[in-house]
Design a protein around this ligand. Structure first.
Ligand code: KGT
Length: 275
């Protein structure tokens, strides 16, 4: 199957982001992509106050509606990395929710990010994602005619048992849309993605936010380097720093080959915790 990684610099205006996204969907379809992957919080990258101002529910989100139209218009699957969405049954916090859109524009799957980025990256860069977002508690594998897709988001990448669970439940391709910070991206991003691919014998498709995101007086930098990794660990594509589309062909037979060579997914054992 042919996938496209959409590397993007989301701003703080969802309508404006959608206007820039529409031609990229057309471009992915023209390039033969059957699955288009977009980054975490495709609809809005902004400080918490602005995010809460613009985030709305599934019925009203313009990026969800617009990309459903584009999926149907071009007849391709879209893994909408995530949207900041206001749940109808909320506790005031948003959901960091990804959507899989089928080629008719219907929502085929949803996944709420499980692991919250409550981290002090440095004295100057601190994140408390759980103050703005309510974490999910359910892992999701979407079985499509293209492949079985395991859904994850950004900081989830650091929790290998989630990916193991997805692969053991049948996922062949693991999706990791992200908005990684520059320092942690430089130090960890590629290594973690390759490790998840190798240890599960799965393809990894990671569409990333990139560049400089301005919102009012606040400026945020993201790492970019959208990556496609094969089940044996080779990097098939690295989008670098620039926004745009990267096409990559996946030979799904490589999943079975990698798992046959190293059957570690079937070798889990239970053991007593250290005393
Ligand atoms: O708040 C938003 O705008 C949307 N969410 C994000 O950007 C999230 C939480 S702040 N970012 C990450 O998970 C980065 C993880 C990361 O960089 C690492 O694991 O090193």
């Amino acid at each position: 199957m042919r996938a496209a990684l959409l590397q993007f610099t989301s701003g703080d205006d969802p309508e404006e982001n959608l206007a820039r996204l529409r031609p990229l969907v057309a471009q992915a379809a023209a390039g033969g992509a059957q699955l288009l992957c977009t980054p975490e919080v495709t609809n809005c990258v902004a400080p918490r106050a602005r995010l809460h101002e613009v985030a709305t529910n599934e019925a009203r989100d313009p990026v969800l509606a617009g990309l459903r139209e584009e999926a149907a218009r071009h007849g391709l699957w879209i893994a909408l990395g995530s949207l900041a969405i206001r749940p109808d049954d909320g506790d005031g916090r948003l959901a960091n929710r990804s959507f899989l859109l089928d080629p008719s524009g219907a929502i085929a799957a949803r996944y709420d990010k499980i692991h919250m980025f409550d981290v002090d990256v440095s004295a100057a860069e601190t994140w408390r994602e759980s103050q703005g977002f309510r974490p999910g508690d359910r892992a999701v594998v979407a079985r499509t005619p293209l492949a079985a897709l395991g859904l994850a988001i950004c900081y989830d990448l650091r929790f290998p048992h989630l990916f193991r669970t997805l692969a053991q439940a049948g996922a062949q391709v693991l999706l990791v849309p992200a908005a990684f910070t520059r320092p942690t991206g430089e130090a960890h991003w590629e290594t973690l993605l390759r490790a998840r691919a190798i240890e599960t014998g799965s393809f990894v498709l990671a569409a990333a936010q990139t560049g400089t995101h301005a919102s009012g007086a606040t400026i945020r930098h993201t790492h970019g380097h959208s990556l496609a990794v094969a089940p044996w660990g080779e990097v098939l594509a690295d989008a670098g720093r620039e926004p745009g589309l990267t096409l990559v062909d996946l030979d799904l037979a490589q999943v079975e080959e990698a798992r046959a060579r190293i059957p570690a997914l079937r070798h889990d054992r239970s053991f007593a915790a250290p005393a």
